[in-house]
Design a binder for this molecule. Structure first.
Ligand code: AMP
Ligand code: TRP
Length: 339
């Protein structure tokens, strides 16, 4: 393997730790599916090892891993074209993560805002895995020499850390072995906000189910949630500038743009001036038209978990074929004696 040849390769991961929602769809799955036919090899990973950095019921974890896989496929990812697999089945991730634990510095890790958010006030009681999480994430990406990592805004800091780890490894060992992976963050709906509070991210951990549209919600539920979404009393402004200081209105415009495949400017040109009593039903219909078929397809796929497991097993084999030689070369660079 030539150390400096980096063919473009896409990698991204999602945790199987709860219900998939519209934020995951617009911020991640839809974009992955759109990129699929650009001819770049892409790997999408159900990061089950990341999920257990906080407690997971084993049965729920199993279910969530399969449902996430179904979500990928229902969103348009073709397991023949892209490599879909779960992290635990490719041991090279954790093997490289150990090396990266020895490259990353405590100071770097302590600056990670996601750890601070997730650990909360009781950081002493957080798992060591939660603290080390970003080093495993760097390994997920770099074990494939991935060059592009499509993620939501919230993951940018982790990709920067991945670059820092790659740069320090390359520097310390005097090689050009790991690429500088780039985050790919684009699209109007990169950050989908809660339907109940425009200042909070739509999230699976929000206690209110009305705050998010789950990818398993049926048509009626989707429609109801949009119609009940929090807004202010004013009609939509005529231009984007008018959305300043109106986070709920802005969020619904962004969601419309994401679902319709339009820019927020285009949405404002069509919808500017409409009261919410008019805009919400239009948005609700669009959300149902886009999301309900995906929810139905997920339900259908989940009826045959054997098929889902076979897709994951096949994906893991393909992933290992790429990862194994990169790990072997890493061990060699580091000075491990072996075959
Ligand atoms: P998570 O469910 O937090 O593991 O996120 C999985 C993927 O979906 C990541 O690429 C996130 O950045 C993205 N994502 C999660 N929540 C949102 C959101 N509210 N808006 C946009 N993207 C999101
Ligand atoms: N940390 C990411 C999240 O919470 C999930 C993830 C794990 C990931 N490994 C990754 C994303 C590698 C991109 C690349 O959403």
């Amino acid at each position: 393997m030539s150390d400096a040849a980096f063919t473009p390769r896409v990698f991204s991961g999602i945790q199987p730790s709860g219900d998939l929602h519209l934020g995951n769809y617009l911020g991640a799955l839809k974009r992955f599916a759109e990129a699929q036919d650009k001819g770049v090899q892409s790997l999408y990973c159900m990061v089950d090892l990341h999920a257990i950095t906080v407690w997971q019921e084993p049965e729920k974890l199993r279910h969530a891993t399969r449902e996430l896989t179904a979500g990928f496929i229902a969103s348009g990812l073709d397991p023949e074209k892209s490599i879909l697999f779960n992290q635990s089945q490719v041991p090279e991730h954790t093997q490289l993560a150990w090396i990266f634990n020895c490259v990353a510095r405590m100071g770097w890790m302590k600056r990670m805002t996601q750890f601070k958010d997730k650990a909360g006030k009781n950081a002493e009681n957080a798992s060591l895995g939660l603290f080390g999480y970003p080093a495993l994430m760097a390994a997920d990406i770099l074990i494939y020499h991935a060059t592009h990592v499509p993620v939501g805004e919230d993951q940018k800091q982790h990709i920067e850390l991945t670059r820092d780890i790659a740069a320090k490894f390359n520097h310390d060992y005097g090689v050009e072995f790991f690429p500088m992976a780039e985050p790919v963050i684009e699209g109007a709906a990169t950050r989908v906000m809660s339907l109940r509070d425009g200042s909070k991210k739509m999230s699976k951990s929000d206690p209110s189910d009305m705050s998010r549209i789950n990818m398993t919600d049926d048509a009626d539920t989707i429609s109801k949630k949009i119609r009940k979404a929090k807004t202010d009393p004013e009609p939509l402004p005529m231009g984007l500038d008018g959305l300043e200081g109106r986070p709920e209105a802005r969020n619904l415009v962004n969601i419309y743009a994401g679902l319709a495949g339009m820019s927020a400017e285009e949405v404002m040109r069509e919808m500017g001036g409409k009261p919410f009593s008019e805009f919400k039903p239009i948005l609700a219909d669009l959300a149902v038209a886009r999301m309900a078929p995906i929810s139905e397809e997920m339900g259908r796929l989940m009826q045959d978990v054997g098929e889902i497991d076979a897709i994951l097993a096949r994906g893991s084999e393909r992933a290992r074929d790429i990862a194994a030689p990169i790990l072997a070369r890493t061990y060699e660079i580091v000075g491990m004696v072996g075959r």
